[in-house]
Design a protein around this ligand. Structure first.
Ligand SMILES: *Cc1c(COP(=O)(O)O)cnc(C)c1O
Length: 240
C-alpha cells in the first residue's frame, strides 16, 4: 500500500471505531438520533481533511483562523461545513465568516457584535447563509480561567444579543469538560444551562459537547454535536 493509501486506511479505521462508539452510546441512552459528528482536524494537513471527506465526513472543526481559512480555501469544492471551535479574537471575525458554517466559541458581547457585523457584510458580498452560533460556557468555578467560555450567569444576555442579530442563528451551548472533574458533573451542568436557554429560545437546542475521551458521557447528557479529533486522526503533532 502507498503511504497515502495507508493514511486513508488509518483514518477509515479511526472513524469506524468512533462511529461505532457513537452508535452504541446513542442506543444505550435511548435516543432516537445520533449527534452530529464534527471531526476536529486542527494541526493535521488539508490532505487528511480531503481523505475524511472521501470517507463521508461532512463536518470538520478547526481552532485557529489562519489554519482553518487556508484549508477551507484549498478544499472549497468539497462543500464541507467548517466549525470554528477555538478561542476567537473579535478582529478575526471578518475572516472567519468567509468560510465558517458555525462558531462554537461565542463567549462575550464584543465577539457576538463583531460576528454580527462581519456576517452582515459577508452576506452582502457573497450571499452566505446565516452563521450558527453556540455560546461557549465555562464549567470551571473560576469562570473562564482555563479554557474560555462565558459564566453561566451571562448566558441569557448573550443569547438575547445573538438571537436579535440578523445573520446569526442562536444554535445552543458549547463547553469543554474541565480537567480534574468527572465529566458526568460537567455535562449535567451543561444540560441544565441548555434547558434554561431553551425556555426563552425554544429553537436553540444545540449542545456541543464531547471529545475523544468523553463522548459517551456527553451523549448520555444530551450532546447534539460531538467534536472529535485525536481518536480519529491520531495524536496531534507536538509543534503546530
Ligand atoms: C481539539 C479540540 C477538540 C478535539 O479534542 P480531541 O480530544 O482530540 O478529540 C474538541 N473541542 C475543542 C474545543 C478542541 O480544541
Amino acid at each position: 500500500m502507498t503511504e497515502a493509501g495507508a493514511r486513508t486506511a488509518e483514518l477509515e479505521k479511526g472513524l469506524a471505531a468512533v462511529r461505532s462508539r457513537i452508535g452504541a452510546a446513542t442506543k444505550a441512552s435511548g435516543r432516537a438520533n445520533e449527534p452530529t459528528l464534527i471531526v476536529v482536524t486542527k494541526f493535521h494537513p488539508a490532505e487528511d481533511v480531503r481523505r475524511l471527506a472521501g470517507l463521508g465526513v461532512t463536518d470538520v472543526g478547526e481552532n485557529r483562523d489562519q489554519e482553518a481559512s487556508a484549508k477551507a480555501d484549498a478544499l472549497h469544492e468539497l462543500g464541507l461545513h467548517w466549525h470554528f471551535v477555538g478561542q476567537l479574537q473579535s478582529k478575526k471575525a471578518k475572516s472567519v465568516v468567509r468560510y465558517a458554517y458555525a462558531v462554537h466559541s461565542v463567549d462575550r458581547p464584543q465577539l457576538a457584535d463583531g460576528l454580527a457585523r462581519a456576517v452582515a457584510a459577508e452576506q452582502d458580498r457573497s450571499g452566505r447563509a446565516a452563521l450558527e452560533c453556540f455560546i461557549q460556557v465555562s464549567l470551571d468555578d473560576d469562570a473562564g480561567a482555563h479554557r474560555g467560555g462565558a459564566a453561566p450567569a451571562d448566558v441569557p444576555s448573550l443569547a438575547e444579543q445573538l438571537a436579535a442579530a440578523d445573520g446569526l442563528v442562536l444554535a445552543g451551548v458549547m463547553a469543554v469538560a474541565p480537567l480534574g472533574v468527572p465529566p458526568e458533573a460537567s455535562f449535567e451542568k451543561l444540560a441544565g444551562i441548555s434547558a434554561r436557554l431553551t425556555t426563552d429560545h425554544p429553537a436553540a437546542t444545540g449542545i456541543s459537547a464531547g471529545m475523544s475521551q468523553d463522548l459517551e458521557v456527553a451523549i448520555r447528557y444530551g450532546a447534539t454535536h460531538l467534536r472529535i479529533g485525536s481518536d480519529i486522526l491520531g495524536s496531534r503533532p507536538a509543534v503546530g
